[in-house]
Design a protein around this ligand. Structure first.
Ligand code: SF4
Length: 398
């Protein structure tokens, strides 16, 4: 940080550039603030519930993706008290497709905590906010600033980019995070903390983009060290990514003659906890595909699982995953093993299916008409029907 600030200071001295002034950013924000469904209009008080809901949803997700989810949640659970009364299962279902499902579980736990500990009112101090489930440093700062106008600067990826460019921060992320937070806090004005936080977010999202930032339109271009040097796109500096080792496994899609697919619930703890899935193997570094069928659900003695060509790839935060997909048609009289149940293809949209499982189902059901299903029966479904039902039932995968 010291090195970075020295560069910025040196540049200012040499080029006689002023430091970034919050007033310039606020004047720009007054003209160009984004209209967002969760944002209070000028003169209105922000609703802490809406601020919190949107901030949790927006973590690792785009404004565009969050919009419909936010609207549905608000319609169904208009207050934190209503959300606290909902079942976790309903919340997970409503969240399905938005990814990072720990957020949904924490959302539910936090709503309950706000009701039990604070009588249904979000606390208006940063320390107490930070103690709520799923509320980290960033969310607590965002809520403090936006919902309560307290002096705090939430620093997410967009703000990190803006600040690291303004001060030409040479230290690499993630080690540079504390220094960037400190620099961001040094910009805070004495008034309008909430507007300032949202203005910084808007600047990062609309002007100071990762590639080709629109510096000519930036209210801080005269004060930006990276702009003066002309190497804006090289900030923030990042340590080379170390991608986790690939894990592999198998997924088993059993399709019953009456157009139902076998699903089970994942364990309550760990990755994708409590979400629904098709049965499968463990995901390991030393997965042996030739032994995979031994882990298939025991539905019938004569069942033959067919391996589909290709694999389904999915990248979790810490590791990439490749799943081999096996399919098997079974008669409509087949009962579900313990802990699993048959779900109609048309009802898949109501299940808490993570994106990984959506990809698996689309991969399995988007097949040529070669499912040898029990003939001829009113329960017979062809692969085309499966494909159409699946496409109808599932929103597009990420
Ligand atoms: S001048 Fe350009 S690089 Fe600097 S903060 Fe503004 S948009 Fe970002």
């Amino acid at each position: 940080m010291v090195g970075a600030m020295t560069v910025a200071a040196r540049l200012r001295r040499r080029k006689k550039i002023d430091g970034p002034d919050a007033a310039d950013l606020l004047a720009w924000y007054d003209r160009h603030a984004r209209i967002l469904p969760w944002r209070a209009r000028r003169g209105e008080r922000a609703d802490p519930y809406r601020v919190w809901l949107s901030e949790i949803m927006l973590q690792q997700t785009t404004v565009k993706a969050v919009g419909p989810y936010y609207a549905r949640f608000l319609l169904r659970w208009p207050t934190v008290k209503a959300l606290a009364k909902a079942s976790l299962d309903d919340v997970l279902r409503a969240w399905a497709g938005l990814g990072y499902y720990a957020r949904a579980r924490n959302l539910h736990a936090c709503a309950k905590a706000v009701v039990e500990r604070h009588g249904g009112q979000f606390p208006d101090d940063i320390g107490t906010l930070r103690a709520l489930p799923g509320v980290g440093t960033y969310t607590a700062a965002a809520m403090a600033a936006i919902a309560f106008d307290l002096p705090a600067v939430p620093v997410d990826g967009n703000v990190e980019r803006v600040v690291s460019r303004l001060f030409a921060v040479e230290a690499e992320l993630p080690a540079a995070k504390p220094a960037i937070r400190e620099l961001a806090a040094s910009l805070l004005p004495l008034q309008r903390a909430g507007d300032f936080a949202q203005a910084l977010m808007d600047l990062g999202a609309t002007i100071c983009s990762p590639k080709r930032p629109a510096c000519a339109l930036c209210p801080w271009n005269h004060a930006c060290a990276a702009n003066a040097r002309g190497d804006q796109e090289t900030f923030p500096r990042k340590a080379p990514k170390r991608e986790g080792r690939v894990r592999r496994g198998a997924a088993f899609v059993a399709l019953r003659g009456d157009g139902r697919v076998l699903l089970r619930r994942r364990p309550a703890k760990g990755l994708l906890a409590s979400m629904m899935e098709v049965p499968g193997t463990e995901w390991t570094h030393d997965f042996k595909e030739n032994l995979a069928r031994e882990s298939a659900p025991a539905l019938r003695a004569d069942l033959r699982w067919r391996r589909l060509p290709g694999v389904v790839r999915h990248v979790f935060t810490h590791f990439p995953l490749e799943l081999a997909v096996f399919i098997a048609p079974v008669p409509h009289t087949t009962s579900a093993p313990k802990g699993a149940r048959w779900v109609k293809l048309g009802d898949l949209r109501n299940e808490a299916l993570p994106n990984l499982m959506r990809k698996v189902l689309v991969h399995a059901l988007d097949r040529p008409p070669e499912f040898p299903l029990p003939p001829p029966s009113k329960h017979l479904v062809s692969a085309q029907v499966c494909r159409a039902a699946c496409a109808d039932a599932l929103p597009p995968c990420d």
